[in-house]
Design a protein. Structure first.
Length: 112
């Protein structure tokens, strides 16, 4: 499984579409371990670009702080699951919590 996390300042960017880069993290869900992590510069923010861009990189799940409903729908159309309301933590911390079933997600911090 490949997880994408939008990053700003080394932590989860609270607004998905305005991040500096993405952490693309490959995990073994059976063993609950991180296999590989790659930091990739985000493309310029334009509506509809990120779903194709992340799908082409094999992403299965996005962990985000906030994401608009239109973007969420576009990711669902690409068969990419989305978790919103995650805290502004480092990517490894978020992924480990996800794998352990302890990732605390609250409200979507994006209102559009």
């Amino acid at each position: 499984m490949r997880i994408a996390i939008p990053i700003a300042g080394g932590r989860l960017a609270m607004h998905f579409g305005h991040c500096e880069k993405f952490a693309l993290i490959d995990v073994d869900t059976g063993a609950s371990e991180i296999l590989n992590k790659e930091l990739v510069a985000a493309p310029n923010h334009q509506p509809g670009v990120l779903p194709d861009w992340l799908a082409s990189r094999g992403v299965n799940l996005i962990i985000a702080g906030g994401m608009g409903s239109r973007a969420r729908g576009l990711f669902i159309d690409k068969k990419i699951d989305v978790l919103v309301g995650a805290p502004a933590e480092e990517p490894d911390v978020l992924v480990k919590a996800y794998l352990e079933g302890t990732l605390d997600t609250g409200e979507n911090v994006c209102d559009h």
